[in-house]
Design a protein around this ligand. Structure first.
Ligand SMILES: [Zn+2]
Length: 287
């Protein structure tokens, strides 16, 4: 590794920890993954409130992005999503959004990983070319209602109609089945979860919330997400492809995931991919 690469790695480690008064544990584990922060040439000692200058494009160039991609899991029901230690699923909600989604697609492509995009129906209709670009790039899609309604405030029938309208919109725009579903605000109910499950969709739960919807710096989002992930060691990560900070921090997050030995797993709806399982279920239901 060249000195230049080490410097960039050190800068990244420093940025991810915000160069702030973090706990010993946090600083220690970041330091073990990257070169010592003293390689930085900045003469000024950073304060916790200092803005963090981010140059993720440079990180992407100097890192070694490949090797982050993991296995593909065929999913027909929520119980099929069984992640092993150090396996993560990347999910992006609320798009598609021009520029932001496209920037995220470019980063995912650079790192050779696939994600799941839970699209809002009216967003897919407003930006059909971006929605199709997601599918064309080989990512998995799902829906997220038509208008991003809080289903907890709707009657059961109205909630079901909102879910169906969203799925139909995403499917008609992308010409792909939107087989995954995420509840807006994660506001679910047992009855609605059951309805979704019996109508050919798989509910996408969340284990690691990036909280990228808060107005914090990109570095803060990357740090929060990696810290939350260290506690869980695996899981479905919730991100949003409508925020610049998410697009800005994604190269840093993926670089860090690779450094810590994670694999990004792709979920694919099992419809048509698991004939043996279908056959087994057929036998069971007829037996
Ligand atoms: Zn949402």
């Amino acid at each position: 590794m060249s000195v230049r690469v080490l410097c960039v790695a050190a800068a990244l480690a420093c940025l991810l920890s915000s160069c702030a008064n973090r706990s010993q544990t946090e600083t220690g584990s970041l330091a073990s993954a990257f070169a010592p922060a003293k390689a930085l040439s900045s003469p000024k000692k950073a304060n916790a409130d200092d803005p963090v200058a981010l140059t993720p494009a440079a990180w992407g160039r100097f890192s070694s992005p490949r090797g982050l991609s993991g296995r593909t899991i065929d999913v027909s029901a929520i119980s099929d999503i069984r992640l092993r230690d150090k396996e993560v699923v990347l999910t992006f909600d609320d798009g598609p959004m021009p520029k932001k989604t496209e920037r995220i697609l470019a980063t995912l492509d650079e790192y050779g990983v696939k994600a799941t995009f839970l699209m809002v129906g009216e967003m897919a209709k407003a930006h059909p070319e971006v929605a199709r670009a997601v599918v064309d790039a080989g990512h998995t899609i799902g829906s997220h209602t038509f208008r991003h309604a809080d289903l907890a405030n709707l009657s059961f029938d109205a909630a079901v109609a909102e879910i169906q309208k969203g799925r139909n919109a995403v499917t008609s725009v992308t010409h792909d089945e939107a087989d995954f579903f995420r509840f807006p605000y994660l506001a679910d109910s047992r009855k609605l979860r059951q309805w979704v499950g019996t109508h050919g969709m798989v509910v996408m739960d969340v284990q690691v919330d990036s909280k990228d919807y808060f107005g914090v710096s990109p570095a803060a989002v990357a740090t929060r997400t990696t810290n939350a992930l260290r506690a869980e060691r695996k899981g479905i990560i919730l991100l949003h492809d409508i925020h610049n900070r998410t697009a800005a921090m994604l190269p840093a997050l993926l670089t860090q995931l690779k450094a810590e030995g994670y694999k990004v797993v792709q979920l694919r709806h099992g419809r048509g991919h698991a004939p043996m399982l279908t056959a087994a279920l057929d036998r069971a239901s007829h037996g």
